[in-house]
Design a protein around this ligand. Structure first.
Ligand SMILES: Nc1nc2c(ncn2[C@@H]2O[C@H](COP(=O)(O)OP(=O)(O)OP(=O)(O)O)[C@@H](O)[C@H]2O)c(=O)[nH]1
Ligand SMILES: [Mg+2]
Length: 149
């Protein structure tokens, strides 16, 4: 099976933008409408996390992934994740705080929310717009893709 990384996060968390950045694509805003398996990532609409009756879609998608990347917008104060949501996945879950370039960013709140969501592993802080933290995450992505080939 080709390596897949599942991207989860609230609406507008920056999942699709980060995916584009890591794939060296142009950053073009495109609302994700449905599960998208078109690259090494499984990209999801943020609604699947924000509307609890859709949680099962994320959990099913996680079974086909090598790792789950739980994303949190640094400009968002409330947590889109229920407590300990990471434990619903039988795969490693890492955290990613996005948009740290933004003037309204508060990465510490986002990181704290991700910890409450049960993420015990590494939390990356990134900006797809400014490229901050992207080399480290790209390295991690390469280590996952080389493991599975
Ligand atoms: N300032 C800043 N804005 C960003 C960054 N990444 C994404 N955005 C903006 O955030 C908005 C939402 O980005 P998306 O990548 O579409 O978010 P998403 O998580 O895929 O959203 P859904 O598909 O609706 O779930 C867009 O206007 C992006 O330009 C970033 O690193 N910095
Ligand atoms: Mg999207």
């Amino acid at each position: 099976m080709r390596c897949k990384i599942l991207l989860i996060g609230g609406i507008g968390a920056g999942k699709t933008t980060l995916k584009q950045k890591l794939l060296n694509q142009s950053l073009i805003y495109l609302k994700t409408q449905a599960l998208d398996f078109s690259s090494i990532f499984i990209d999801c609409p943020g609604e699947y996390l924000e509307i609890p009756r859709h949680y099962h879609v994320l959990i099913d998608a996680g079974s086909g992934a090598i790792e789950v990347w739980a994303m949190h917008d640094a400009t968002r104060r409330n947590c889109p994740y229920p407590p300990n949501f990471a434990s619903a996945f039988r795969k490693p879950v890492i955290g990613i705080v996005t948009k740290i370039d933004h003037h309204d960013a508060c990465p510490d709140i986002a990181e704290n929310n991700l910890r409450k969501a049960g993420i015990t592993g590494r939390i990356y802080q990134v900006s797809a717009k400014e490229g901050i933290g992207i080399p480290e995450l790209a390295l991690h992505m390469s280590s996952l893709t080389s493991q599975s080939s």
